[in-house]
Design a protein around this ligand. Structure first.
Ligand code: PLP
Ligand SMILES: N[C@@H](CCOP(=O)(O)O)C(=O)O
Length: 471
């Protein structure tokens, strides 16, 4: 399997190089040259199968020969053994035809663990086979950071720098990033928004000298490995509800568009998906884009679902590439307009192609609180605010197909918002009991590329071991 950049101007890479590259050298995002196809009989066989077995079947074609079957199988088994729930990603019914796909049973109680636990193992494996080290820099609005730190804290091969927007993550999210005690982990509070953090990460990737100097790699969903691992749970959920013998719709609380793009990829691989529904909070750029064809950034507002407080939605670029018939020239032009003017307009055939498969809806703060309260009253089930955004939008758009709303975080990550909405404060699971008492360590930096690069240079050198090659 080979991967191409959405901007058409970077070398094609195999799986291992794509995984370590993160962002393509032309600023684009890698996608597979062709979508592997799963036969309906294979999908039918996923019913009742262990999650790790489905993961192996779905992921093998993307990995190809870069990692042996035995090693891939072992790493998948190890990754999902960190999830205490035997199903890894169980379904819970909350309405006649409405199901929640609980993706928060991993080490940091958010869906990011599903991919991060696997890609940390894959990256370490590839780096150690090559005798190399990597400097991983990631941006987070709260959940990616904690999941990456939990997954890479034991890494012998990577130094990890996580940028989070100061004062804009929940206390639980912040402590998951600042209390690991791991020497190779650096949590950095940036004076700015998540979009600022993400722009800094992309600027570091686009600085070729810096990229080579520190052996830069990334674990945000710009990295194909993240998307790939998230495809699996669309298959497990749909198969247990009757796919391939009936179609299933998915509603996805959306920020950076990675999670819903994984659903699109599952559909391209043969999963009978009916509608893919984008659910946004008040930061509704994607809902506006699907309605008006105009993608226009508009300043981020802080909400009770902070992990979705995003305006520049990286993976939308992958969708534009696919919906335009893989027109890299168009993608390059639109992304240039975005960086120059903060907006672009999708050509008619592209927005029409997107609308044939996607819908979108928005959920404001009052509606988020109402949903949390109503679902608690009706189903005795406590939603986190991100999932509540999804449930609100899903309920507006129920059709004939069963609806699966992705439940992306445990409510205990956002206890204040949940308590304000419904009067109940969710407790952290016992395994996280002492989190709020642990000592925090983090650095603060301005929203300044030079300052950040100096910081990374200094710390990643300190973290690397003498005698080992730096990528
Ligand atoms: C809890 C939660 N829900 C939803 C999202 C949105 O996912 P995506 O960025 O893949 O669209 C995020 C972060 O990205 C998140 O942390
Ligand atoms: N919501 C995310 C933002 C980063 O998204 P990613 O999927 O690109 O890593 C977060 O919680 O950090």
């Amino acid at each position: 399997m080979e991967y191409v950049s959405t901007r058409g101007d970077a070398p094609r890479l195999g799986f291992a190089d794509t995984l370590l590259a993160g962002l393509a050298s032309d600023g684009g995002l890698y996608v597979p040259t062709a979508w592997p196809q799963l036969h309906p009989e294979t999908i039918r066989g996923f019913r009742g199968a262990p999650y790790a077995d489905v993961a192996f079947a779905v992921l093998s074609p993307f990995v190809g020969e870069d990692i042996s079957e035995a090693d891939l199988k072992r790493m998948i088994d190890e990754a999902y053994a960190t999830f205490p729930h035997p199903a890894v990603a169980p379904l819970v019914q909350i309405g006649a035809n409405h199901f929640l796909l609980e993706l928060f049973h991993g080490p940091t109680l958010a869906f990011k663990d599903v991919a991060m636990q696997l890609i940390a193992r894959l990256m370490d494996h590839v780096l150690s086979e090559r005798g190399e080290r990597a400097t991983i820099v990631g941006a987070t609005s709260g959940d990616t950071g904690g999941a990456a730190i939990a997954a890479f804290a034991a890494s012998e091969r990577a130094d990890l720098f996580i940028l989070f927007p100061k004062g804009r993550v929940s206390p639980v999210q912040q402590r998951q990033m600042t209390t690991s005690g791991a020497k190779n982990v650096h949590a950095v509070a940036v004076e700015g928004t998540f979009d600022d953090c993400q722009a800094l990460v992309k600027a570091m990737f686009n600085d070729r000298r810096f990229r080579e100097e520190v052996g830069l790699s990334g674990v945000n969903s710009i990295n194909w490995g993240r998307i790939m691992a998230q495809i699996v749970y669309y298959f497990t959920a749909a198969a247990s509800l009757g796919a391939p013998d009936r179609t299933i719709s998915f509603t996805v609380p959306t920020g950076n568009f990675g999670d819903i793009f994984a659903g699109f990829a599952a559909k391209r691989m043969g999963l009978p998906v009916d509608r893919l529904i984008v659910a946004t909070n008040a930061n509704d750029i994607l809902e506006r884009t699907l309605r008006t064809a105009r993608y226009e950034t508009d300043g981020v507002v802080a909400t009770m679902s902070p992990s979705m407080d995003i305006q520049v939605s990286s993976n939308f670029e992958r969708l534009v590439f696919e919906a335009s018939g893989r027109d890299a020239d168009l993608v390059r032009r639109l992304m240039q307009q975005l960086s120059q003017s903060g907006s672009f307009t999708l050509p008619d055939p592209v927005i029409e192609a997107i609308r044939t498969e996607f819908d979108a809806g928005r959920c404001d703060e009052a509606q988020t609180s109402t949903v949390i309260r109503e679902v608690l009253e009706d189903c005795a089930y406590l939603l986190d605010p991100h999932t509540a955004v999804g449930v609100h939008v899903a309920e507006e758009r129920m059709g004939a197909s069963p609806m699966v709303t992705l439940s992306t975080a445990h409510p205990a990550k956002f206890p204040d918002a949940v308590e304000k909405a419904c009067g109940r404060s969710p407790a952290l699971p016992p395994s996280h009991g002492d989190l709020m008492q642990k000592r925090e360590t983090f650095d603060g930096l301005p929203n300044d590329l030079g300052a950040l690069q100096d910081f990374v240079r200094e710390r990643s050198r300190a973290g690397s071991k003498a005698g080992e090659a730096v990528r």
